[in-house]
Design a protein around this ligand. Structure first.
Ligand SMILES: O=C(CO)[C@@H](O)[C@H](O)COP(=O)(O)O
Ligand SMILES: [Fe+2]
Length: 219
């Protein structure tokens, strides 16, 4: 298990000054930059695509943690790799061939992540853990920032931590959705070592980002 990494979701940033916002969270201590890509089809919301992501790639050297909520996904993997993704995470539920999607990401030389929705059991990871670098547990239904953490997902985080330890592989366990300082503590206790947060990082504007990030780490 790694020391906890904080990945602010730029879905909650002020889009009118996205570059400044990415620089601000970098300087405030973000470990990764979480990029939520939504297509209005797999999820009922539309965010941004590879061109917008590329426009802010040069602002920071921090890894871009790209969460693709799109279906189909395979046809867009090359574009996100070229736009500067470091880790590309795809939904188990986006189908039709999660194993093929993960193979494709690895073939692009990127870290590969798999994400499961709140209604999807941990067991779905059985035949994927030998190839992923990251597992992302959604603690809200994907599509929007600002939702409430679904408590039942804590049990799933613990179960996946056990699965990862058994696999003997170095796999990050990330949680995404409704994570504030109180839920962050419980996620870490359950075995998470990476936390995505939108609302709880961007709340209060740039002068609050460093304290917000520190609070999620439990500092
Ligand atoms: O992927 C998603 C939502 O689908 C997330 O990354 C959210 O954008 C996190 O925002 P908060 O729940 O922390 O406000
Ligand atoms: Fe996300």
């Amino acid at each position: 298990m790694h020391p906890v990494r904080i990945a602010p979701s730029i879905l909650s940033a002020d889009f009118s000054k996205l570059g400044e916002e990415v620089r601000a969270i970098d300087e405030a201590g973000a470990d990764w930059i979480h990029v939520d890509v939504m297509d209005g089809h797999f999820v009922p919301n539309i965010s941004f695509g590879p061109a917008v992501m590329k426009s802010v790639r040069g602002v920071t050297t921090k890894p871009f943690d790209v969460h693709l909520m799109i279906a189909p996904v395979d046809v867009y993997l090359d574009a996100f790799a070229e736009a500067g993704a470091d880790c590309i995470t795809v939904h188990y539920e986006a189908g039709p061939h999660i194993h093929r999607s993960l193979q494709h990401i690895k073939s692009l030389g990127k870290r590969a992540g798999v994400v499961i929705c709140p209604g999807t059991p941990a067991k779905m990871l059985d035949y994927l853990l030998d190839m992923v670098d990251l597992v992302l547990v959604m603690s809200v239904n994907p599509g929007f920032g600002g939702q409430s953490f679904i408590p039942s997902q804590l049990k799933k985080i613990s179960a996946i931590r056990t699965m990862i330890e058994k696999s003997g592989r170095d796999i990050d366990l990330e949680v995404d959705g409704g994570v504030d300082a109180a839920w962050a503590k419980r996620c870490i206790e359950a075995g998470a070592d990476a936390l995505v947060a939108g609302t709880s990082v961007f709340r209060g504007g740039p002068s609050a980002y460093a304290a917000n990030i520190a609070a999620l780490r439990g500092d």
